[in-house]
Design a protein around this ligand. Structure first.
Ligand code: GLU
Length: 445
């Protein structure tokens, strides 16, 4: 397999899809060796097949704001690959959403879902709708209009959407309500549902919890733990919230969170009521973290800056793609950071990744370390199918085990001769092998 040749062809086929091409290149570079060792993959043209989505839906979403103005947004669902199970992946509502972003996320989701060991294929969807400044009623009307089209393409055994940036418990509620009305059934088709109507305990915190569990496993390989460590977290939404809770529980001090407006540095640690306050900030629909510094005056707000300039032991990028670049990575390493575990999808640029790998620090790519969210979605699907609900303890234990297993798979495929674990390589190979073999087994259709 010749990565450059494949990339050239993909660039021609997907012009300008920068994020998608970035995600594909990372995977191809990692799996080159195993593909060359397994000629059956090339014979079945697995690489070309796995980089082309099964299908993509785009649709118009029309909705009316509180003043009576009519708006039009674009909705998408990318059903990328269902070799190992029904399509599964979140919905993102953010003005930056493009087809390239959703194709990169859908592609990542194939391997991430495969790593969880649960039967879930890869998909992603969303819209360029901007929830910032919108009233709850406007968000409800948008979600309903979005589902008016999406419902035709999803189903509990077909494609199961969930949340992502801009889509949390409230949005899932509005989406599910409309699905139920249209389909006339309560079949659990979305995950991240409310606990009284089919949702799983621990799902809201799961991505952040899972990320910390994964980092904990990485730290163990070097005889370290979260106890007494300082942590920088970016973001203040679905993922950052759970990460802050679990890191604090394990004895670490969380020093930062961030938003599009800048970052908060809180020398006293972000724990307890301050973590609850993050939820309020998110629910305000304002997409800012500055008000945290009014609420907790010991904290400082750094406008337009990223938290990676703070000296910490552990960094958990939990905001969005490409939020941590090569120079941020150098700053973190120079400041003695020993572990970077991605809570968001592809938050580190290829340059940042190279800095971490060269310096041999503990570095986990999101498709391994943030898989706890979708993993717990899988647990929610199991509970819905069995029509029962597990206790908090049961779900958290299962989530923990999923993260321990993913860590083991990464070590299996990513351990180098000198003992260093390249988690990027490990995650990509482990995720790929299962899907590629399933595709081989099922033939060409
Ligand atoms: N959006 C999350 C992710 O990136 C969760 C997807 C899901 O639960 O289906 O994995």
């Amino acid at each position: 397999m010749n990565v450059e040749k494949i990339m050239q062809k993909l660039e021609q086929k997907n012009p300008g899809e920068v994020e998608f091409l970035q995600a594909v290149r990372e995977v191809l570079e990692s799996i080159e060796e195993v593909v060359n060792e397994n000629p059956q993959f090339e014979a079945a043209n697995i690489i070309e097949r796995i980089t082309e989505p099964d299908r993509i839906f785009t649709f118009k979403v029309q909705w009316v704001d509180d003043k009576g103005n009519v708006h039009v947004n674009r909705g998408y669902r990318v059903q990328f690959n269902n070799a190992i199970g029904p399509y599964k992946g979140g919905l993102r509502f953010h003005p930056s959403v493009t087809l390239s972003i959703l194709k990169f996320l859908g592609f990542e989701q194939i391997f991430k879902n495969s790593l969880t060991t649960l039967p879930m294929g890869g998909a992603k969807g969303g819209s360029d709708f901007d929830p910032k400044g919108k009233s709850n009623a406007e968000i409800m009307r948008f979600c309903q209009a979005f589902m008016l089209e999406l419902w035709k393409h999803i189903g509990a055994d077909v494609d199961v959407p969930a949340g992502d940036i801009g889509v949390g418990g409230r949005e899932i509620g509005f989406l599910y309500g409309m699905f139920k009305k249209l389909a006339g059934e309560h079949n659990g088709v979305l995950t991240g549902k409310g606990r009284n109507w089919g949702g799983s305990l621990v799902r809201p915190e799961a991505t952040g919890f899972g990320n910390v569990f994964f980092a904990q496993e990485m730290l163990k390989t070097r005889g370290q733990s979260f106890a007494g460590k300082t942590v920088a977290i970016s973001g203040f939404g679905n993922v950052a919230w759970g990460a802050a809770i679990k890191a604090t529980q394990l004895g670490a001090k969380v020093l930062t969170i961030s938003g599009p407006d800048g970052y908060i540095y809180d020398p006293d640690g972000i724990s307890g009521e301050k973590i609850d306050y993050m939820l309020e900030l998110r629910a305000s629909n304002n997409d800012v973290v500055k008000p945290y510094s009014y609420e907790f005056p010991n904290a400082q707000f750094h406008q337009g800056k990223k938290p990676w300039e703070v000296k910490v032991d552990i960094a958990l990028p939990c905001a969005t793609q490409n939020e941590l670049n090569g120079s941020d990575a150098k700053t973190l390493v120079a400041n003695g950071c020993i572990c970077v575990s991605e809570g968001a999808n592809m938050p580190c640029t290829p340059e940042a990744m190279e800095v971490f790998l060269e310096n041999k620090i503990l570095y986990a790519p999101g498709k391994a370390s943030n898989a706890g969210g979708v993993g717990t979605s899988g647990l929610e699907q199991s509970q819905n199918a069995m029509k029962l609900s597990w206790s908090e303890k049961e779900v958290e234990e299962k989530l923990h085990q999923i993260m321990v297993n993913i860590h083991e798979s990464c070590v299996k495929y990513g351990k180098e001769e000198d003992g260093f674990v390249n988690y990027v390589k490990g995650a990509n190979i482990a995720g790929f092998m299962k899907v590629a073999n399933a595709m081989l087994d099922q033939g060409v259709f």
